[in-house]
Design a protein around this ligand. Structure first.
Ligand SMILES: [Ca+2]
Ligand SMILES: [Ca+2]
Length: 608
């Protein structure tokens, strides 16, 4: 456990050991320590001159701890020289222990401690003052390799928008100032308000200081959390951070007192680098007061040389519920510097809906400097902007970048239902509204492989693809490090799906295999088809399979499959193009499924 483990320290500890300490210490009425305050102030003194032979567990016997002194400071005792062990704070099995304070700096203050795990606790800071930024947990002075899991973390700070806000606060800016807080994990926690009428302005704030890396917060992870009822920003990167991963979290919120912006994740500084924002779900943003805008991800800046990866996220924003005047941005990027590396946006699924009275909405809003070459790679994303009406305009992509070279965009699905009507446009570029995908392709020479079709989400808040749809199936391009989807399912390595959900269309592809046949050519749908059709088949044994498309004269048009496949159900999409990428004319085509001993044929009709 505590800090700076050195091999030589073990020798010293052995030589001076007074007692063997490890194992379970009970905390609560009748326990080894009456309170956690006592445990955390008393026990470390005995650790200084002892040999710690294994992990120490503070086992919480009670469900409520009313006699604590907050903050509970977890720190390195003076004179402690090291040791390789963990400290666990957790209740007896089946309990959830409550640690609830009021107006404290924090409930837990992790000051330079290492390898502390907090499990199954309710940690709440009730801030009775209306302008107090108290935390549930704060990590300061080099607190590293700590874990907070299965906890409820609650704080409230009505109207406070100070940089020091946050239910969880990682900081090198607080006293005692020290090195970065690194390699910490927040896992499977609820991060929210401690009061029904006072919402924390920020759920998580990550705030480092110069110089980069040494006083930066590095390699921290927030995963599997529900981050709800914050009133301005879910995760706020204020400065000096590297390699933070925000993955598989849900961000949703109702807001009572806020005229600010509502933002899921915000990066504000050029000193924030290599952030990974993946597999998160943003939905049900609401504003009870006149919130100026909703943004799932907002980057006013990020490190120009190590910009973020944003991949496999569901972003569903519907501003119609309480405040129709709110602007909406799925992802908003404002960039004023030349970038050495590339901003990466891959396989995100975005839905924007609602009926505004005046304000505009944007799936991907990109406003870098016109003269500088901010590099953007925007591929395999779905943007369905279904917001309509009002005097505002509603875009999938809004791009004011003058360069055609530094913004690469392709293999996307950019869809509005009524291009050029109801305020809906596929894109905007450099002062011009572009109603259709073709207009955007012509104006920018981008998105040559992209489509503009209803992705057929399961619902406006569940952006999985409806299993009967094949519109975005198998039409993306493989990206080497996007190997799974938002569900953790393996991506098709050759023809992945556009958007965050990798899927196999159709209950039709799930028909049971009859053992009487080696292969089973199932339905093809839609048929007739317009742009894409899905061919379903099943194998009862492993086979070398070829699936090909021929025209009626018997000429080979397209090889879709030519490989060994194991028994199971398969779905393959044909986009109506030949092996050279040319669109085929209307007509009848033949699909041929072939294994060593068997050939199946049937017709497909293409209508454009
Ligand atoms: Ca999936
Ligand atoms: Ca697929």
């Amino acid at each position: 456990m505590f800090k700076k483990i050195v091999i030589f320290g073990l020798t010293i500890l052995c030589a001076t050991a007074l007692a063997q300490i490890s194992g379970i210490k009970t905390v609560g009425v009748g326990g080894d320590y009456p309170t956690l305050t006592a445990a955390l102030t008393t026990a470390p003194n005995s650790w200084k001159n002892s040999t710690i032979t294994g992990d120490v567990i503070f086992r919480l016997l009670d469900t409520i701890y009313p006699n604590e002194t907050y903050p509970l400071v977890c720190t390195i005792p003076a004179g402690y020289t090291g040791g390789d062990w963990n400290l666990l704070i957790k209740p007896v099995s089946g309990n959830v222990a409550k640690l609830i304070g009021s107006n404290a700096t924090a409930i837990f203050e992790l000051t330079g401690i290492d390898r502390l795990t907090m499990d199954s606790l309710i940690i709440a800071n009730l801030n009775l003052g209306t302008d107090t930024a108290g935390h549930a947990i704060r990590f300061i002075n080099g607190a590293s390799f700590n874990t907070v899991k299965n906890c409820e973390l609650r704080a409230a700070s009505k109207l406070v928008s100070s940089l020091a806000g946050g239910v969880i606060y990682f900081s090198t800016a607080e006293s005692p100032s020290g090195p970065g807080n690194n390699n910490n994990l927040v896992d499977n926690c609820l991060i929210t308000s401690s009061q029904t009428d006072r919402f924390p302005v920020y759920a998580i704030t990550i705030r480092g200081t110069s110089p980069m890396y040494t006083r930066t917060n590095n390699n921290n992870t927030v995963q599997h959390c529900k981050i709800i009822d914050f009133s301005a920003i879910g995760v706020y990167f204020s400065a000096y951070d590297s390699n933070t991963t925000i993955t598989e979290n849900e961000f949703y919120s109702t807001v009572a007192q806020n005229t600010l912006q509502m933002i899921g994740i915000r990066i504000t500084a050029t000193s924030v680098c290599n952030t990974k924002i993946t597999k998160n779900k943003f939905f049900d943003f609401r504003a009870a007061e006149a919130c100026t805008c909703f943004m799932a991800i907002y980057m006013t800046m990020a490190d120009p040389d190590k910009p973020p990866l944003v991949a496999n996220n569901f972003i569903s924003l519907d501003g119609n519920v309480t405040h129709p005047n709110t602007k909406i941005y799925g992802i908003r990027l404002l960039r004023q510097e030349t970038t050495a590396d590339t901003y990466k946006f891959y396989n995100n699924s975005i839905y924007i809906g609602g009926t505004p009275t005046s304000k505009s909405s944007y799936g991907f809003f990109c406003k870098p400097s016109a003269s500088l070459q901010t590099k953007i790679d925007f591929r395999n994303n779905i943007i369905f902007n279904n917001r309509s009406g009002g005097t505002g305009k509603h875009y999938c992509i809004y791009d004011s970048l003058a360069s055609t070279l530094s913004f690469y965009s392709d293999y996307n699905n950019l869809y509005v239902a009524t291009p050029g009507s109801n305020g809906q446009y596929v894109a905007y570029r450099n002062g011009i509204d572009l109603a259709t995908l073709t207009d955007w392709q012509t104006a920018t020479a981008r998105d040559s492989h992209s489509i503009s079709l209803n992705p057929n989400y399961v619902s406006t808040t569940d952006l999985h693809i409806n299993s009967t749809s094949s519109n975005v199936n198998n039409l993306a391009i493989p990206i080497s490090y996007i190997t799974t989807d938002i569900d953790g399912e393996t991506r098709n390595a050759v023809t992945p799906d556009i958007g965050a959900d990798e899927y196999t269309p159709g209950a039709a592809c799930q028909e049971p295999i009859t053992k009487s046949q080696m292969i089973y050519l199932q339905s093809t749908y839609p048929n007739p088809f317009h742009t894409h059709t899905t061919i379903c088949y099943a194998l009862t044994t492993g086979e070398n399979v070829t699936l090909s498309i021929y025209d009626v004269s018997g000429k080979l048009i397209r090889n879709l499959v030519d490989q060994h496949q194991t028994a199971g159900n398969y779905a393959v999409t044909w986009n109506g193009k030949d092996n050279h990428g040319l669109k085929m004319p209307n007509g009848i085509y033949i699909r041929q499924l072939k294994i060593e001993k068997e050939i199946k044929h049937s017709q497909i009709i293409l209508i454009k």
